[in-house]
Design a protein around this ligand. Structure first.
Ligand SMILES: [Zn+2]
Length: 63
């Protein structure tokens, strides 16, 4: 059961979600309930390891 990381495109809130079947679930931001979210895969963890804790520092080229 993979845990994916998402970033809300509306409020930039980052959150983790346990996903069973990727394509069948609707991911919404737990903060503003917007469904326009971006999957970050493992990128956020990698960035966190560098000491940068804010998801706002995610590379813009990552899609
Ligand atoms: Zn949000």
């Amino acid at each position: 059961m993979p845990i994916y990381e998402y970033k809300c495109k509306k409020c930039c809130h980052c959150f983790e979600k346990l996903v069973f079947k990727d394509d069948n679930v609707k991911i919404v931001c737990p903060k503003c309930e917007n469904d326009n979210v971006q999957k970050l895969l493992s990128a956020t963890r990698f960035i966190n390891n560098t000491g940068l804790t804010s998801c706002a520092d995610s590379p813009k080229s990552f899609s």
